[in-house]
Design a protein around this ligand. Structure first.
Ligand code: NAP
Length: 337
């Protein structure tokens, strides 16, 4: 890993920092001296993670904030509490994610995979934009997955997968949605010194993977599909090269802290810290704008809220042509001064 400078004085909020890749990321960033706010939904698991991070790093600057990120009310309270306690946010890591073996709906009546992997980062990031702006240059890191490549387009006719397909494809669509959001947001905040990037951390046998297989194997679906899931689990253990969470955290830390990616925005990185193209579907601008609108409706964050939070007509926009015109106009006027 390239040399990462001290992060003393920087504030990092990481969702899903109580286990798996998120906990390893929080641990390494704490070693670099950052103030870390770990978001978890369970006090016991959260406090255990905090104690472990404190013990391993000697840091006394790691705090826990509780929120069930499947609940939009909790996400709003989290953003409010955070801004009441902290005046800056240098890095937001949207790491919490889920892959489910069976379909369930959140308290908001939204399919869980979409809610946690896409709508949570969509809502939380927008709610925290004022403090990200106040701390610029600041960074947003969305933890994504190579799994996004399995979906060729967002199915707007069944975005919440009411006709539940195999869980992995549902996850794939949610991660594609998260990438479309990443690129659209990067464009919207391009002039504000906030960078927005996505990363595939690698394949790690975390709770997410274990829970997925066990939910599939012990589900009440047909015997044959349970047997296929069992076989898939065995084969994945034989043939997939699993990383450890520490290795997987490296790309997240790179995006959160390395000077090499200062100013880099709207990009996708692999688990080797290389900037790589994501799938063709993730660059579909029409889909990105439609998804933004639909996600706004599902979270109560419609265009007007984004524009108001920016306080700038440049952000009012579904219309990227208009944003481009304004950007060009700004460049022209600054050149002619
Ligand atoms: N593992 C892989 O192979 C892999 C591959 C590619 C991408 N990823 C991505 O990497 C990220 C981290 O995954 P992981 O493998 O480290 O998974 P993990 O071990 O299951 O950790 C997920 C974290 O998210 C938290 N979380 C889940 N649902 C939550 C909710 N409703 N409210 C609050 N917190 C919640 C979990 O908290 P609890 O402790 O309370 O459950 C946990 O801290 C995810 O975005 C995942 O999609 C993972």
């Amino acid at each position: 890993m390239p040399e990462i400078p001290s992060m003393r004085g920087k504030v990092v909020l990481i969702t899903g920092g109580t286990g798996g890749i998120g906990k390893s990321t929080a641990m390494e960033l704490a070693k670099l001296g950052a103030t870390i706010i770990v978001v978890g939904r369970d006090r016991g698991r959260g406090e255990a993670a905090l104690a472990e991070i404190n013990r391993e790093t000697g840091s006394d600057s790691v705090q826990l904030m509780l929120a069930d990120l499947s609940s939009q009310k909790d996400i709003r309270e989290l953003a409010g509490n955070f801004m009441a306690h902290y005046k800056r946010l240098d890095v937001l890591i949207n790491n919490a994610g889920g892959l489910y073996g069976k379909r369930w709906e959140t308290v908001d009546g939204i399919e869980c995979t979409l809610a946690i992997n896409h709508l949570c980062p969509f809502l939380l990031t927008q709610l925290l934009l004022p403090v990200l702006r106040a701390s610029a240059p600041s960074r947003v890191v969305n933890v994504n997955s190579e799994g996004h490549r399995f979906t060729k387009r967002i199915n707007f006719d069944d975005l919440q997968t009411v006709r539940w397909r195999r869980g992995f494809l549902v996850y794939s669509q949610a991660k594609l949605a998260n990438l479309l959001f990443t690129y659209e947001l990067a464009e919207r905040v391009a002039e504000e010194r906030i960078t927005v990037n996505a990363v595939h951390p690698g394949i790690v046998e975390t709770e997410l993977v274990k829970r997925f297989f066990s939910e599939r194997i012990f589900s009440n679906t047909k015997y044959i599909s349970r047997a296929v899931s069992f076989l898939a689990m065995k084969l994945s253990r034989l043939y997939l090269k699993f990383d450890d969470p520490g290795k997987a955290a490296e790309s997240c830390i790179y995006l959160a802290a390395s000077p090499e990616v200062e100013g880099v925005s709207g990009k996708y990185f692999n688990n080797e810290k290389q900037m790589v193209p994501s799938s063709a579907a993730s660059y579909d601008k029409t889909a990105a704008q439609r998804l933004w609108q639909v996600s706004g409706e599902l979270t109560g964050r419609e265009e007007a809220a984004f524009a108001a939070s920016a306080g700038d007509p440049c952000h009012a926009g579904l219309n990227s042509a208009r944003r481009t015109t304004i950007a060009l106009w700004r460049q022209f006027t600054s050149m002619s001064q």
